[in-house]
Design a protein around this ligand. Structure first.
Ligand SMILES: Nc1ncnc2c1ncn2[C@@H]1O[C@H](COP(=O)(O)OP(=O)(O)OP(=O)(O)O)[C@@H](O)[C@H]1O
Ligand SMILES: [Mg+2]
Length: 216
């Protein structure tokens, strides 16, 4: 589903990724740990095709993402949903409108039923008409996931999705991801700064350290 070959990324003279290679299978669940500043967001943006690596190759669903036309790359991006570290819900749209917008930007009209369904899957029924500021941090996160899921992506990439959740909310969040992955045959990649979490069964656990990625 996703392959990285010898990725390097730097900002000015600061090298952040220094030869990252990875091959993730279809439907795989993967968690990437790393300290703050280790390059997780950089890596996840590269995986989501939002940032071009300085060196190396990114292959998504069998296509080399930076050797194809912008149009083809756009099409690939449509199969990946990326949830940024700092959630960007649109504050003057309701919860329902925020989710529906994800369909509209992809040219899908009348997505209201699908948007409602996605909100229901995420357990935020009854909040459709609220504005984002009327939600808790965890609820905002679930709206962002509903928005990411409504377009049926092949790959869901979420940057530190549990950072606003306590331990209990966080484990139910992981269970939810597992259910979503098996019902929608979707691969999931998440990052976290928590280095000492116990390994979670069914997940491939990786650590990003000193610019390289290794299996835990
Ligand atoms: N646009 C940028 N310009 C310059 N330096 C950047 C930029 N983005 C990130 N960096 C630097 O690259 C390094 C890695 O940043 P990145 O955001 O990828 O880390 P991270 O692991 O996601 O950190 P955190 O856990 O705090 O979110 C940091 O030292 C950061 O200051
Ligand atoms: Mg980050």
């Amino acid at each position: 589903m996703l392959r990285l070959k010898e990725i390097e990324a730097w900002y000015g003279d600061r090298i952040v990724l220094n030869g990252v290679s990875l091959s993730a299978d279809e439907g795989e669940l993967m968690r990437i740990r790393g300290r703050s500043g280790s390059g997780k967001s950089t890596l996840l943006r590269i995986m989501s095709l939002l940032q071009k690596p300085n060196v190396g190759e990114v292959e998504v669903l069998g296509k080399s993402a930076w050797s194809i036309s912008e149009g083809e790359r756009e099409e690939l991006r449509g199969k990946i949903s990326y949830i940024p570290q700092f959630l960007e819900l649109i504050e003057n749209l309701t919860v329902l409108e925020n989710v529906q917008l994800a369909l509209e930007v992809r040219g899908i009209e009348n997505g209201e039923d699908r948007a409602r369904e996605a909100l229901e899957v995420l357990g935020i029924r009854g909040f459709e008409e609220r504005l984002p500021r009327e939600l808790s941090g965890g609820q905002r996160q679930r709206v962002a996931i509903a928005r990411a899921l409504v377009s049926s992506p092949k790959i869901l990439i979420a940057d530190e999705p549990t950072s606003f959740l306590d331990d209990i909310a966080s484990s139910s969040f992981y269970r939810l991801l597992e259910e979503l992955s098996s019902s929608f045959k979707m691969g999931i990649i998440v990052s976290t700064t928590e280095l000492n979490l116990p390994k979670r069964s069914g997940w491939r656990e990786m650590i990003l350290e000193k610019g390289s990625l290794r299996e835990l």
